[in-house]
Design a protein. Structure first.
Length: 220
């Protein structure tokens, strides 16, 4: 058995990632962080025109502002937790394990649903809606974040590109739902399922579909 044939697949992948990085002019760590911060900030703001066009927070004025802030704060914590796992590859040169990526993909819509429904009944909801506008606002707010993540990690994922794409989409949907939570005053189960949780699933599916094509590290 030759030395090269005895190497583990993961070690070979690590070498492939390092060789790919060495073959390109690398940005400094601070430059990369500033670039990523600017791209994600621009993406996070992309849904605001629709948010304000539809009335902004005045649309949820019938709900106590303290509850709106509490709901949005919980959504922000969830989004940050999902983003840290999905967008940051961690210490490993080959990225997050598939189990962690799958956890984020499942956690984002389930936790979003459970969190919002837990507020139901704490105030009188001003009306009842199916949730189509919430679905649209979450998609419009979350899709740019997914695009930003795919752009920043293009051709850098050595393992699990499909799972990575799905996790990117779920985390992006979690960020998009913050805008929707500030706008929407409803927390009924059926509304939340369609308008708040389902668009996260949609973005996760889109991320999974394009992940293999956009994220996978190409062989030299």
């Amino acid at each position: 058995m030759t030395p090269s044939s005895s190497r583990s697949p993961r070690a070979s992948l690590r070498d492939k990632v390092l060789a790919d990085a060495a073959s390109n002019r690398a940005r400094t760590r601070s430059q990369g962080q500033r670039r990523a911060a600017l791209v994600f900030a621009a993406a996070a703001l992309a849904g605001l025109p629709l948010f304000f066009a539809w009335g902004g927070m005045s649309h949820s004025v019938d709900r106590p502002i303290s509850l709106t802030i509490g709901i949005a704060a919980g959504a922000l914590l969830l989004a940050v937790a999902c983003g840290v796992v999905a967008f940051w590859r961690g210490r490993s040169a080959v990225g997050r394990p598939g189990s962690a990526l799958l956890m984020i993909t499942l956690l984002a819509p389930i936790a979003t649903y459970a969190w919002l429904v837990s507020w139901h009944g704490r105030y009188v909801e001003p009306f009842s809606r199916l949730g189509l506008r919430c679905l649209a606002l979450t998609l419009v707010s979350g899709a740019p974040v997914l695009i930003a993540a795919l752009y920043l990690r293009k051709r850098t994922v050595a393992v699990n590109p499909v799972a990575s794409g799905a996790a990117f989409g779920a985390a992006a949907g979690a960020f998009g739902s913050i805008t929707t939570d500030l706008w929407c005053p409803l927390t009924s189960s059926a509304h939340v399922l369609l308008g708040h949780a389902f668009p996260i699933v949609v973005l996760a599916m889109v991320g999974a579909i394009v992940g293999q094509r956009i994220l996978a590290l190409r062989s030299k």
